[in-house]
Ligand binder design. Sequence first.
Ligand code: AGP
Length: 609
Amino acid sequence: MCGIVGYVGARVATPLLVEGLKRLEYRGYDSAGIAVMNGKGVETRKAAGKISQLESVVLSSPVHGTLGIAHTRWATHGAPTTCNAHPHHSCDDAIAVVHNGIIENASTLRKLLEDRGHEFRSETDTEVLAHLIEEHFDGSLETAVIDALRHVEGTYGIAVVSSRDPNKIVAARKGSPLLIGLGDGEHFVASDVSAILAHTRQVIYLDDGDVAVLCRDGYRILDVNAASQIDRQVSRIDWDLDMIERGGFAHFMLKEIFEQPASVENTMRGRLLAEEGTAKLGGLNMTADDLLHIENIVITACGTSWHSALIAEHMIEECARVPVEVEYASEFRYRNPIVSDRTLCIVISQSGETADTLAAMREAQQRGARAIGIVNVVGSTIARESDGGVYIHAGPEIGVASTKAFTSQVMALAMFTLKLARLRSLSVLQGRNIVQAMHQLPQQIQQILDGAPIIERIADEFKEATNFLYLGRGYNFPAALEGALKLKEISYIHAEGYPAAEMKHGPIALIDENMPVVFIAPHDSVFDKICSNIQEVKARGGRVIALTSRDEPALAGLLDYEIRIPETIDMFTPVLASVPLQLLAYYIAVKRGANVDQPRNLAKSVTVE
Ligand code: AGP
């Protein structure tokens, strides 16, 4: 998720653009740039790193003009370098583009354009747009943009300027948020209101297919398909800035929980092959022979990422029949593990900077294993030092408690499992079944989110609890661990996750009316066993909150609270189960007055041992 801002009017553009980028920094923060019309051409400044880096560049080398566009990046294609920072230009530098989204057919378009003599300077998908618009330019910038976008597959929110049509900004939206701000003799374009709220409260939210043309004295909105002019309603913003940066949510964690239908979709975008029942993962850098050469797999990670590793262990052994061992990175790095050149080390890390995980990966590589990273932050150390991998494309995760990264990690690991298993024993029909279940997940997550008020009411009953037990079996034992971690790290209530069957080997001694027990009990292959465990807890006076996926006569009258989740195949039940448990932890923590986004003693990325 990147941030875009543009200005056209009578004021000097650069300070307005930099200030707007700072308001968008939570959307992405690995590099930034501006392009300003300086009366002679398009002048650009870029910098890798935070927006303060760009600000220093602009202070030391000012850019003057009253029309410009700017971008803060969350890298999806190409490392977060200055060269890959937006804006990107046409061959003659006369056109500059900033973009938020993913161009799925970028490599095809790039080849076509290179064959027509266009020379590329970056690794990004966005630069394709600049050359495509150049290819179609014939005097009108908006016409060139419309003609170019007809060849584009994927998602975009873009702003474009050109010294060959110098008094306008052209903006277009498909799948990525974009709005225009209306001022007196000036107009703005932005990814969200926070970038321009200081200057106007009159905005128009563009719809998919809209192309906006902004000038000093007015604006037009066109339809990308018909190029005909359309009217859009003007909205008045009465939010305060703080709320807007969180998209209207009270906390980043809640915003990220509610982003999961989109983030799970983005993880899959352009990667699932429904017909073949497999996945294409270009960044893996492993041929079919490389994958068949693997004799055993070690997965290493920390915290929430370690929980997704446990799910992957189950997936890979069930579908690909390759032995998997899951190791805490902090343990693996100091053991004398058995690793060979036929070992694949999968390294899972949202930040890509966790010290223990990085050290564990280096240890595995030093012993001859190939390492692949399952990472969210593009260009992070683990991503750069691994031998390949899969970016999860979950977008920036600001809340310290990991939520959308977890579900996207599981999706990425499922795609890796598909790819490996379909080379081995998984049939095309089994693969298609998994792909079909994956496509269902975004709307199933949305169904769960629509039921959030029920979960908030349950949270009210337990906000004073001092202990919690989370119990699950099979794929949902890791989900129980993850649910417990969510609660304890943001509400400071002691919570433990356990395999449900382990209760009778000790923890059942803890059960009484003061010990809430969360059971993850979808109708999966071990449901009957979970039923027995629920009865054992109830027989000892325990209070039970159960996640179920259908009306269960066997549970009638047993449950104190029930949260319904949609049905899916076993391997994806933890994806759906984790969402209500994220909400339960969030609401309990809020009701306890805890600092949800920045819990005490924690950091978003533990870059020290
Ligand atoms: C999860 O909610 C925690 N923030 C923490 O356990 C986290 O998952 C762990 O520190 C690993 O971080 P990483 O995925 O960035 O490596």
